[in-house]
Design a protein around this ligand. Sequence first.
Ligand code: UD1
Length: 422
Amino acid sequence: MDKIVIQGARRLKGEVEISGAKNATLPIMAAALLTDEVSRIEGVPRLRDVQTMIRLLRVLGAKVDFSNGALEIKPSRTLKTVAPYHLVSTMRASFCVLGPLLARLGRADISLPGGCVIGARPIDLHLKGLASLGASITIEHGFVKARANRGLKGEDIYLGGKFGSSVLATANVLMAATLAKGVTYIENAACEPELVDLADFLVKMGAKIQGQGSHLIEIRGVQKLHGAKHRVITDRIEAGTFMVAGAMQKSNDITIRNCNPEHNHALLDKLQEAGIRVRRTKSTVRISRHGKLEPVDVTTLPYPGFPTDLQAQLMALASVTPGISVITEKIYPDRFMHVSELNRMGANIFLEGSSAIVHGKSRLSGAPVMASDLRASAALVLAGLAAEDKTEVHRVYHLDRGYENIEEKLLKLGADIKRERE
Ligand code: UD1
């Protein structure tokens, strides 16, 4: 296992290029199963989660080639329909092969993804949506068994849950409905940009979809889809992580290139409120910090609200912002594993229900810390960059699930960071 070693308190300055979006790539890879023709997906980041999805598609019977950031996927005519435990349990997004397999082959046996370290992760909305399209669904021996022997049928579906809309449930139902007979309406659909990207890819495959990016999506089923070529959008969570990196220390000045500032509106608004200088063009954001920062109050919400995937990173910033910040988690109320690790670095954070009360100070001190999940790892790296002395972030394999070349990118910005074998 690797660890990341950071000598903190170095000024960050320069430019960083953002990679393709992990959360757009994974469902789009699953969507490629909706045809037996070749699809080409470009701008794909080199990440562990992408490798896991490649393995799953190969197990299901697709030929997959990944070179120079482009994936070519050629599913066989008769795909296998069982997604095994060892792949689905390591990555929840693999559950979104359910919709495409069911729609194309009328059956799918997908291992239950189970919980994960950020809290309970139910799948009721996925199953409710697919059942509304006419699938019969049972859960046996840890597998979801979905059958639609006579095909799927369009329906009006309300997909709201206790915590609002669901990104991957919307993706699963959207993909399945492209080949259903008749018209499907998904109400309370998720509006995340990654979902719009998925819909755009499906339209290129021949699907008839309207309303993506709003809470009401209309899908007119077609008989067949074909292969398509698509470039995935850039990763707003990676971009947001670098935006926070730029805000962490006085006199930092970094330009984030190849991003879509519109997708990071909620974060940029908070950074400006805190006193960060933000200058944007259509595809770049320059973040510079001069004086003192003000504390912030943030609540995570579905898009276009503040993303839960940037909550931990913002908490690292709040930890070095004198005053009291309040960060409330409304998507995953237990997503606070980074709190104890930030406290090991001298932060002063306590939890009150699903809110973190952060008593910020001007400096953290480097310490050995343990990454517990993908975004918590990013928060610990950010904290290490701004802390005095040495920070060691252990279990960085989490980071490799979602950040392409993060050390190289930070090194280029002037950070003192290296990866070492444990
Ligand atoms: C996606 C993202 C993940 C992000 C999350 C929320 C991918 C690959 N992953 O995950 O990075 O943190 O959106 O923005 O795109 N829920 C239910 N029932 C369900 C499904 C979800 O109650 O059937 C709940 C969840 O527990 C959570 C909320 O709905 O409280 C939103 O989760 P959801 O949008 O489904 O997350 P994912 O799509 O799994």
